[in-house]
Write a protein that binds this ligand. Structure first.
Ligand code: FAD
Ligand code: UDP
Length: 384
């Protein structure tokens, strides 16, 4: 094996590192235990309809980071898709994230921004000006208890299966709350979907003569020349798999959430009229339904068929795909212990959502990979 760097994981973090290092003249081997590149951003065409399906749940690209935007545009153009989400609560559909439309529909009112702010401030007053300590308190402080209980509490309980008082406030701080009728889901400057699909984008990143991709190759399977035991200490490694797995769970298991997706092809042209419908109530077992045709209204998709995907959430066991770091107080303690171990691993660089146990969106994974290349890989010991 001839390599200046081994990258474990062909997700957006690993591909960004590989592409940048290859363009700097380094030979990079990328391994992934899956049979495809792209990590969780991977998509494929559903064969009976021709509709692009995001295999690991809907992925919407958005960023305000100029450097990331410039970088991703080297590999793909983006459509002008703007994400909107609706949610069903007690048989009624409301716009998300919570905005003046949601507030007025919920309270059967016609308030202007000022009156709505005053009402929410009154309903949020139970915190008495105290800094919110967890997701539950943050939710109430942002939108007051009635809206929190209708739209956030049960959805969050379904999605995280953890008491919201144990979840970090940052999870919900992702969602904007607006006192206008603007119901764009994201606040970022740039937003869109890769025009030719995710896989074409990701393949272009990996398409470099100095990048050698080996699929269906598990870093912890000792039987090949790219395993942990064969590589660490010999060649610099960028590791983007789960951090607890790397250390053989020495500091205990970090908690992760996994998802089960139930895909269905339906004989109708349009099932729900929008790309994502959340289900806020506890009695519906799934969190949301994605309908993929709506991500690409510009494409010529069939008019008599559609693809939907129901998303179910549960705790991940060691054999499940870990998708979301749960990040309870005890996880954070374990993570500190793992960070200590990470510091002791010479020439192993931990990155990405799984490798750092951080709730990173795609633009954040790419942005942090670019920083790792600048600060640690091109300037330090990664030899030619
Ligand atoms: P990953 O994409 O997870 O890649 C890690 C790779 O490492 C995987 O391919 C895995 O197979 C491989 N690997 C792990 N262990 C091993 C091993 N032992 N040996 C070899 N390979 C290994 N972001 C957005 O910006 N917008 C969205 O709308 C959005 N929606 C999301 C929806 C869902 C359901 C999920 C789960 C994530 C979503 N994200 C979204 C986040 C996005 O998926 C991540 O930011 C991105 O995937 C991070 O890239 P990564 O390279 O860190 O990790
Ligand atoms: N959330 C909620 N109700 C909704 C949508 C989101 O309670 O209808 C909360 C929930 O806790 C979720 C968080 O807001 O985990 C972030 O939502 P987002 O849609 O950003 O999550 P993701 O797409 O990453 O799963």
């Amino acid at each position: 094996m001839k390599a200046d760097l081994v990258v474990v994981g062909a997700g957006l973090f690993g591909l960004t590192v590989a592409e940048r290092m290859a363009s700097e003249g380094r030979d990079v081997v990328v391994i992934d235990r899956r049979s495809h590149i792209g990590g969780n951003a991977y998509s494929e065409i559903e064969p009976t309809t021709g509709i692009e399906v995001h295999r690991y749940g809907a992925h919407l690209f958005h960023t305000s980071n100029e450097r990331v935007w410039e970088y991703v545009n080297r590999f793909t153009t983006f459509t002008d898709y703007v994400h909107h989400v609706y949610t069903t609560h007690r048989g009624e559909v409301y716009p998300m994230p919570i905005n003046l439309g949601t507030v007025n529909q919920f309270f059967r009112s016609a308030m202007g921004p000022q009156a709505a702010r005053e009402l929410i401030a009154e309903q949020a007053a139970e915190l008495g000006g105290r800094e919110p300590q967890n997701l539950d308190e943050k939710g109430v402080s942002l939108i007051g208890r009635p809206l929190y209980e209708a739209f956030i509490r049960s959805y969050t309980a379904k999605q995280w299966q953890t008491d919201p008082t144990e979840l970090p406030a940052s999870v919900i701080a992702r969602l904007p709350v607006r006192f206008t009728y603007d119901n764009r889901y994201f606040n970022d400057t740039y937003e869109g979907l890769p025009t030719g699909g995710y896989t074409a984008w990701l393949e272009r990143m990996a398409d470099h003569p100095r990048i050698d991709v080996r699929l269906a190759t598990d870093f912890f399977d000792g039987s090949h020349e790219l395993s942990k035991s064969a590589v660490v200490g010999q060649v610099p490694v960028v590791y983007t798999g789960p951090v607890d797995r790397y250390f053989d769970y020495a500091e205990g298991d970090l908690s992760w959430r996994t998802l089960d997706f139930e895909e269905e092809v339906l004989p109708v042209g349009d099932f729900q009229g929008t790309s994502v419908m959340n289900y806020a109530d506890a009695d519906v077992p799934y969190t949301r339904i994605h309908e993929f045709r709506h991500f690409h209204p510009e494409r010529d998709y069939p008019q008599d068929k559609t693809v939907i995907m129901r998303e179910f959430s549960r705790f991940a066991g060691r054999d499940d795909e870990p998708y979301y770091p749960v990040n309870t107080a005890s996880d954070r303690e374990r993570l500190l212990a793992y960070r200590e171990l990470m510091r002791g691993e010479d020439q192993v660089f931990f990155g990405g959502r799984l490798g750092t146990y951080k709730y990173l969106d795609m633009h954040m994974a790419i942005g942090s990979a670019l920083v790792m290349v600048d600060q640690h890989l091109t300037t330090s010991g990664v030899a030619r």
